[in-house]
Design a protein. Structure first.
Length: 68
């Protein structure tokens, strides 16, 4: 004969296993460490400042607010 199981517990166990799979997939897709986020932010700021430094200014004042 087979063993008697509690169906409520079995449903909860299966749901927990399924939720764990989904959580693991999300960690691989979206998860980044604090260091990775910080490095990306620093790189973005560096590239923006590099681009800002290479802008061409028009007009004698050099602020770029005047139209040619």
């Amino acid at each position: 004969m087979s063993d008697v199981i509690n169906l409520r517990r079995e449903r909860k166990r299966r749901k927990g296993a399924e939720d764990a799979k989904v959580a693991e997939a999300n960690r691989h897709l979206y998860g980044r460490t604090k260091g990775q986020k910080l490095a990306e932010t620093i790189e973005k700021q560096r590239s923006e400042s590099l681009l800002d430094g290479r802008k061409l200014c028009s007009g004698p004042s050099g602020d770029g607010s005047e139209k040619p």
